[in-house]
Design a protein around this ligand. Sequence first.
Ligand code: DSN
Length: 393
Amino acid sequence: MKDREIEKLIQEEAAREKKVVNLIASENFASSDVLEALGSVFTNKYAEGYPGSRYYGGTVVADKLENAVRRRALRLFHLSPDDWSVNVQPYSGSPANFAIYLALVPPGEKIMGMSLAMGGHLTHGQRVSVTGKLWSQIPYGVSQKTETLDYVEIAKIAKREKPAIIVTGYTAYPRIIDFGKFRKIADSVGAILMVDMSHFAGLVAGGGYPTPFKYADVVMTTTHKTLRGPRGAMIFSRKIKVNSKLTIAEAIDKAVFPGLQGGPHLNAIAAIGVALREAAKPEFKRYAKQVIKNAKVLAEELKKLGWRIISDGTDTHLVLVDTMSRGIGGKEAAEKLERAGIIVNKNTIPYDIRKPTDPSGIRIGTPAATTRGMKEGDMKKLAAKIDKVLGDK
Ligand code: DSN
């Protein structure tokens, strides 16, 4: 690279990534093929519109690319193109969620989503996000006793509030979600059911987590977390009518472009395609299962060492640790671990009495470490190291 300054920073970041153990639950290591596609000539091309209907010339190859990636996306999740459509253009998860609401929820209507502090996401209608300004969030959380979803309570809130859309799929929830129960709740109030599977899409693809497609109307996922692709997102939608004119899929396509975005990032779309093919391979199934096994071992070992684990364990790729159970705040815990070469993020825990900038816990995830080849034995060592680092005065 001729740009020495940026080249040096890229090398510095590569060295940092090699040196540390990455336990950020939402990060991963994309393959060299994904990186190659991301750095390809597709970055040069504008292709506003959709295949067969673009606003620029020279889009013959772009059309082939986008169609191929859409096919791969549907195939990976065993979806028939007769029933489902997928939009692979969203730049990332936040604009994708925004586009879904733009398409399906009239301004001022209610989005029922888990509150951020309980494990939801900003774009599930949180007030500081535009999704909580143009729409109003009806928050729900987890049971204080079990720290898991309380479907009876969620059903009550839905009945009382009659939201236009119910969002499930979270950023800090370590347990399996019962999508069937959410479907029943949504049907009981005539709401659309949206699943944000960004965190566990790779686990669904690898057969380690239940598929939401049997129950959801719309499924959004980012592509760079457990799915191990580039930064980007996809929206899957059912081809059912949302109003007298449009299907959900058509409304979402319009909302993504021209509603919200301009030209798609074709280089990212190419890299998503590469990741989707990788995720269809048998070794990805093994990977997804190992991610979960590793998280379970990490949770169990930390428990044995006296750390309180939210919901008493995990079914997924992430473990939420109540660091205050051993008298250390989440901020200090994350900083201490970083100094020891272990990267996690501070995180609120359900019913946290501390503030989000210095909450009561940390979130630990195994997707990136598993990509690097770590197994159960490494998790035991990691738990011991975490315990030692956090225990040292
Ligand atoms: N920031 C992501 C996470 O860490 O879960 C969600 O967008």
